[in-house]
Write a protein that binds this ligand. Structure first.
Ligand code: HEM
Length: 449
């Protein structure tokens, strides 16, 4: 058994352009240079100049003081615009500000707690499915995607009438699968009017999803809120306290689809990698199991247990450090600037490789090791050296929802099973918009008494 869990083979020497092009098509992560885990900033040129920023204080200034100078780069926005173009994920400036103010209360702790019984139910259904597998090997990534999709579908469009969940799941997945591969056109910042072949194929399925979501919204406007209110009810009720503006139908639809798109796969990935890590390190797994049994007894985890599941949460935090579901984010300068002594010209993109930041040799001890005790509160962690949800005003709006969900599911699974690694089956980190475990997370689940 190796002493460190699987990692990306970072590039140690300059690559020929053709290799860069090939690798970018397969897995953008393999383009990350190893030097990005040792320097505060790295600059280079592949057709156009590029910058990678790993200095926590400068990252802080980009995310807070220079928020308007550095909006999200076109790379991710171009990919997602046809699916969720009018959502807070994509819009900028004043448009983003009022939407964010209107949507913020939707994800406050009270609402997250109100929705969490649906998380407990989905976790319990997942346990029943795994039991039926009778200790055969299971791809836990597939299981986690299914479980988190059930939750996000339950909390967005709780009323199933007119909303074909399987069709929506398939259309969104297909879209991400095809369009989500960072196109070379995006990589080199070609203008958006250059047609992206994959995106044309995925468009018709997306239009069908839009139509379905529109119908559900119209029906809900007529029927009134469900009990407890789901995310659609809360958004319908939402209003920007400053301008009193509320969302029109297209904004409502795109935001709900944004919650589904941004919300379920990311959380599924956090859980999949966490389960891989528990099987990788049986001592950590035993410690989680002991905590869970002491706090919960034998049932599933609920919202009332979250605060006491301290070590389980540390495992989630450490998983998000080693395998951040969004491993790279990028920002494009709207004016000439200087960061870490480098001149950035208007229009140039600064990449923040969260994967490298989280494994930076100047910021972390033994960065590639799996050690949940880093998060036990005894060692101070600089706020901007650990940013799985980024930080500042544009921080992930669903962060507390995701952490709640991840703790409930991981604790429920650890309370019911001991997970064992399978010889020769090690997932490979691969980036398709998010950091997926290529090959799946195949584990054996041994039932616990
Ligand atoms: C472990 C799970 C998750 C991770 C690691 C994650 C990560 C992130 C990151 C890194 C961003 C910032 C992207 C950027 O600025 O370039 C983001 C934004 C966002 N996330 Fe999450 N996310 C997770 C779960 C969720 C959930 C559960 C939801 C909703 C239900 C959600 C909804 C959003 C939205 C709407 C934004 C855009 C916010 C804005 O621009 O104002 N995410 N997320």
């Amino acid at each position: 058994m190796p002493d460190i869990p699987v990692k990306v083979n970072l590039v140690k020497k300059r690559l020929p352009l053709i290799k860069v092009l090939m690798d970018a098509r397969q897995n953008v992560l393999t383009l990350l240079p190893e030097i990005a885990t040792r320097q505060p900033i790295v600059a280079g040129r592949t057709i156009a100049p590029w910058f990678m920023l790993m200095d926590p204080q400068t990252i802080r200034s980009l995310f807070i003081e220079k928020l308007d100078i550095y909006p999200k780069s076109d790379v991710t926005k171009n990919l997602l615009r046809p699916a969720i173009g009018k959502s807070i994920f994509i819009v900028e400036g004043e448009e983003w500000r009022w939407q964010r103010r209107a949507a913020a209360p939707v994800f406050n702790l009270r609402n997250v707690k109100n929705l969490s019984p649906l998380m407990t139910d989905a976790a319990q259904r997942c346990v029943e499915r795994i039991k039926e597998c009778n200790t055969r090997a299971i791809d836990m990534n597939e299981e986690m995607v299914r479980t988190t999709f059930e939750i996000i579908a339950d909390v967005t469009f709780s009323d199933e009438n007119g909303f074909d969940r399987a069709a929506v799941h398939k259309a969104l997945n297909d879209y991400m699968e095809h369009a989500g591969k960072i196109s070379l056109f995006d990589f080199f910042n070609l203008p958006e009017w250059v047609p992206r072949p994959n995106r044309i194929i995925s468009r018709s399925a997306m239009l069908a999803v839009h139509a379905m979501a529109d119908n559900v919204i119209t029906a809900r406007q007529k029927s009134g809120a469900s009990a407890p209110p789901d995310l659609l009810d809360l958004l319908l009720d939402g209003e920007d306290p400053e301008t009193k503006r509320s969302m029109n139908k297209v904004e409502l639809r795109d935001n709900l689809l944004a919650f589904i798109t941004a919300g379920h796969e990311t959380t599924a990935l956090a859980l999949s990698w966490a389960l891989y890590l528990l099987a990788f390190d049986p001592k950590v797994q035993a410690k989680v199991q002991a905590e869970v049994r002491a706090v919960i007894g034998t049932g599933p985890a609920t919202r009332d247990h979250i605060d006491e599941l301290v070590y389980t949460r540390q495992v989630i935090d450490e998983t998000l450090r080693l395998y951040p579901p969004a491993p790279i984010v990028s920002r494009t300068a709207q004016q000439d600037d200087e960061i870490c002594g480098r001149k950035i010209k208007k229009g140039q993109t600064v990449v923040i490789p969260i994967y490298c930041l989280h494994r930076h040799k100047l910021l972390w001890d033994n960065p590639d090791a799996f050690d949940p005790d880093r998060f036990n509160g005894k060692t101070k962690i600089d706020r901007f050296s650990y940013i799985p949800f980024i930080d500042g005003p544009r921080i992930c709006i669903g962060a507390s929802f995701a952490l709640h969900e991840a703790v409930i599911i991981l604790a429920t699974l650890a309370n019911n099973f001991t997970f064992h690694a399978i010889e020769g089956k090690v997932p490979r980190p691969e980036m398709v918009l998010t950091m997926r475990p290529a090959g799946g997370v195949w584990l054996k689940a041994e039932p616990r008494d």
